[in-house]
Design a protein around this ligand. Structure first.
Ligand SMILES: Nc1ncnc2c1ncn2[C@@H]1O[C@H](COP(=O)(O)OP(=O)(O)OP(=O)(O)O)[C@@H](O)[C@H]1O
Ligand SMILES: Nc1ncnc2c1ncn2[C@@H]1O[C@H](COP(=O)(O)OP(=O)(O)OP(=O)(O)O)[C@@H](O)[C@H]1O
Ligand SMILES: [Mg+2]
Ligand SMILES: [Mg+2]
Lengths: 255, 255
C-alpha cells in the first residue's frame, strides 16, 4: 500500500504546488513510483507537468464524483515513474455540489482505496480549508505543510495545525504531520531568518532540515511544463528538492 | 453612497491583502474616508493593521450572519480616516454553514446596504472561489484584481475573469472590473517582464499603469501592524502604493 501524503496549507502562494511537483519528481528520478493527485481547481500542478487541458478527461472531479476509477483518471508525465491524476475545472463547484452529501469528506479516500501501483501518492491541495482540502486530509496518511518564510504565512500555521487536529479527531485518526518545509527562504533577509528560527524553535523536529530557498529557476520551470530538476538540474532549486526527497525518505524509514 | 471595491483573485499569495491594506491606507492619508472589510478567515488584513484578535467582537462573521450591523462591527485603525470590519475565525465554516440558504451570495451586500460614512469600501477576499469571495463580488460595484508577475498566477487570470462574468450575469449586473494591478514585479527578471508585457498586450487599459515591485519593506510592515506607508514612507513599496492610489482616483473620476 502506498504512503499517501497531502500537501496542504490554507495560506495562498506558499509553495504547495511547487513542492508537490518537484518533490514528486525528485523521488521519481530516484526510482520511486509516484502518483500526484491534483485536487486544486486552479490545476497548476497539472499544467506545471505539461498536461494539456484537453487530455485530462474527467480528471480528479470524476474520481470524487465516483464516475471514474483511478486507473481511468491517471496519465503519464514527462518524468519516468511519475504519473498524475489531473485537475479539471469542474472541481470549482465541489463545495456547493457535494456539501450536503453523506460521505462528502471521504470521496477521495474511497477513490484511492484501489490504488496499488505507486510507492508514494502526493495530493496537491488548494488554498483555504474547504471540502477539497478536507478530502485531501481525510485520504492521507500524513500531511506535508509548506511554509513560506514570511509574516502572513507564519500567522496562519496555527490554523492548519488546528484543522489537522480536527480531522484527526473526527475523520481520520491515522493522520500525522509529515513535517513543515520552509520555502522561499532568503539568508540575506532578516524577516526570513527570523521566521525560520521561530518555526524551528517552536515546532522543533517537525521542521525538515532542508529548506527551499527563493530561486528564479523554480518559477521558470512550470512555464515549460517540466519540474525544475529537468529544467535546470544544477540550480539551487533543483538541488534543494533533491535534498528534500532524500530527507523525506530518511524520515519515512525512521517512522 | 461609497464606492465598494472587492479585491479578489482565486490564486493564492498574489498580493490581495497587501494591496487591500496599502491602497486603503494611501487613500486614507490622502483624505478619503475608507472602510476595509476583511472576509478572509485568515484575517491577514486585520492583523496587518494591528487589530488584536481579542478586540474583533463578532467581526465580519456577525455581519454575514445578520447578528450585528456595520457600525457595531467596525473598529478604528492606526491610520486616520481608515476603519476596518475585521475577520474572525468563525468565517472558516461559512461555506458549509450558509451553503444551503436562500440569499447565501447576498449576505454581505445586505449588510453593507446601510453603509454611509465612507467614500470607499474595500473588501479583502480569501483565495479560492468559495461563498466568501462570491459575497465580496456580489456586494461590490467593481473588482480590483492583483496579479503576481509569475506563470501560475497568469494561468489563473482567465478563471477570475470567467467568475466575474458569471457573477455579473446572474447575481450583480452592476459589477465592473476596476482593473488589474501587477504585483511583485522585478525588472531584472525575464519572466516578470514577459508576464507584464503579455498582460498589458491582452488586457490593455484594464491594467493599471502603476505596478508594485517586489520590495522587502512591504513584507516587513505587517509584522508591526502598520501599512508600509507608516513603516517606511520612502520605500519603493510605499511610493508605489501612493502612485496606485492616485491612479485609482483618476480612473474612478474618469468613469
Ligand atoms: N523556491 C521558490 N523560489 C521562487 N519562487 C517560488 C518558489 N516556490 C514557489 N515559488 C513561486 O511562488 C508562487 C507560489 O507558489 P505555488 O503556486 O507553488 O504556491 P501554492 O501554495 O501552491 O499556491 P496556491 O495557494 O495558489 O495553490 C509561484 O509563482 C511559484 O513559482
Ligand atoms: N510588493 C511586494 N513585495 C514583496 N513581497 C510582497 C509584495 N506584496 C506582497 N508580498 C508578500 O507576498 C506574500 C503574499 O501576499 P498577500 O498575503 O498579500 O497575498 P494574498 O493574495 O492576500 O494571499 P492569500 O491568497 O493567502 O490571501 C506576503 O507574505 C506578502 O508580504
Ligand atoms: Mg497551488
Ligand atoms: Mg490575503
Amino acid at each position: 500500500r502506498p504512503r499517501i501524503v497531502a500537501i496542504a496549507n490554507q495560506k495562498g502562494g506558499v509553495g504547495k504546488t511547487t513542492t508537490a511537483i518537484n518533490l514528486a519528481a525528485a523521488l521519481a528520478v530516484g526510482g520511486k513510483k509516484v502518483l500526484l493527485v491534483d485536487i486544486d481547481p486552479q490545476g497548476n500542478a497539472s499544467t506545471g507537468l505539461g498536461i494539456d487541458a484537453a487530455n485530462r478527461k474527467g480528471g480528479t472531479y470524476g474520481l470524487l464524483a465516483g464516475e471514474a476509477n483511478l486507473a481511468e483518471s491517471t496519465l503519464p508525465t514527462a518524468v519516468e515513474n511519475l504519473t498524475i491524476a489531473p485537475s479539471v475545472a469542474d472541481l470549482i463547484g465541489v463545495d456547493l455540489e457535494f456539501g450536503g452529501t453523506e460521505r462528502r469528506e471521504f470521496m477521495l479516500r474511497d477513490a484511492l482505496r484501489e490504488q496499488a501501483q505507486a510507492d508514494v501518492v502526493f495530493i496537491d491541495c488548494p488554498p483555504g480549508l474547504g471540502l477539497l482540502t478536507l478530502n485531501g486530509l481525510v485520504a492521507a496518511d500524513a500531511v506535508l505543510i509548506p511554509l513560506q518564510a514570511e509574516f502572513f504565512a507564519l500567522e496562519g500555521i496555527s490554523q492548519i495545525m488546528r484543522t489537522v487536529d480536527m480531522v484527526k479527531r473526527n475523520l481520520n485518526p491515522a493522520l500525522e504531520v509529515e513535517g513543515i518545509v520552509l520555502t522561499m527562504t532568503d539568508r540575506r533577509n532578516n524577516l526570513s531568518e527570523q521566521v525560520t528560527n521561530d518555526v524551528r524553535a517552536f515546532f522543533k523536529q517537525l521542521v525538515f532540515d532542508t529548506v527551499i530557498p527563493r530561486n528564479i529557476r523554480v518559477t521558470e520551470a512550470p512555464s515549460h511544463g517540466i519540474p525544475v530538476l529537468l529544467y535546470d538540474f544544477r540550480s539551487v532549486g533543483a538541488q534543494s528538492y533533491l535534498a528534500l526527497a532524500a530527507e523525506f525518505m530518511k524520515r519515512a524509514r525512521a517512522k
